[in-house]
Ligand binder design. Structure first.
Ligand code: SAH
Length: 256
């Protein structure tokens, strides 16, 4: 047997934000190695597959990356369709490159299926365009997270050079992020939208500013949370014309 590995983006969490290609591959998968962030509802598409959690979640159990690589390679000897399912898009803050390199050096065929990344789901949740014609022409996707054994991060340089940005894996260090952005000359009034569990029924949005961001550290964020930073993320005073979602998902129903 020499199976194929599909590195698939699961999207931000809502099952119906999975791509059709991802859903079809999950339906025919023999084995699925999935992240902790991937909700059960989504795994239900993989009706006939063996499910293996290899998820990494900050501060919780994590399976070493090298071990995941080895398990993917071993699985192709037993199964035709091997799926590696990652939250959001597999190629953004997903350590996919290490898996790709391991598969290439083992001579294993693979394919990548993109997914909706958290920043796009968060922007949809707040109903605000990431880019703004004439004002916000560049958007940075960044993380302050530094893994063990990695060099000191210079994420602020690129982040501050962009007109707006999304910060992944940052809520735990919100006070340090606010201080760092202020030290780089960003204004106290710079709007920040904090979006927890984007696309899920438990979605929560908090509009704040760099000045007030440190105070949020007191709040409990139990789900994945993203920070959207930029002039366009100021809370809007009036509710806008959000259409009722025809599919009547709980999140849409709540907003209506
Ligand atoms: N590959 C993923 C990101 C993995 S890093 C993607 O493309 O989205 C994990 C981080 O993504 C979390 O710490 C959080 O900052 C963000 N994230 C993932 N899902 C999210 C969601 N539904 N709502 C808000 N943030 C989310």
């Amino acid at each position: 047997m020499s199976g194929v590995v599909y590195l698939i983006g699961a999207g931000p969490g809502a099952a119906d934000l999975l791509t059709l290609r991802a859903a079809r591959l999950l339906e025919s998968a023999d084995i699925v190695f999935h992240d902790a962030l991937v909700p059960r509802e989504l795994l239900a598409f993989a009706r006939r597959a063996e499910l293996v959690a290899v998820g990494k979640r900050c501060g919780r159990h994590s399976t070493a990356q090298r071990f995941i690589n080895k398990r993917l390679i071993d699985a192709t000897r037993r199964f035709a369709i091997v799926v590696r399912l990652k939250g959001g898009d597999p190629l953004l803050f997903g350590r996919a490159q290490e898996e790709i390199a391991a598969l290439e050096s083992a001579g294993i065929a693979y394919e990548i299926v993109p997914g909706i990344t958290a920043a796009l789901a968060a922007a949809a949740a707040v109903g605000t365009s990431l880019s703004q014609r004439g004002a916000v022409r560049s958007v940075a996707f960044a993380t302050p997270r530094v893994g063990s054994g990695e060099d000191v991060s210079d994420w602020l340089r690129g982040f501050c050079a962009a007109d707006a940005g999304a910060i992944y894996m940052g809520i735990g260090e919100a006070p340090a992020i606010a201080a760092a952005l202020l030290a780089k000359g960003k204004p106290l009034s710079l709007p920040v939208a904090v979006v927890e569990n984007a696309s899920l029924p438990s979605e929560r949005i908090i509009h704040t500013t760099l000045a007030a961001l440190p105070a949020l550290a007191k709040l409990q964020f139990t789900g994945p949370t993203l920070l959207l930073v930029g002039p366009q993320f100021a809370a809007r005073v009036t509710a806008t014309n959000r259409a009722k979602n025809a599919l009547d998902t709980p999140a849409a129903a709540r907003r209506a």
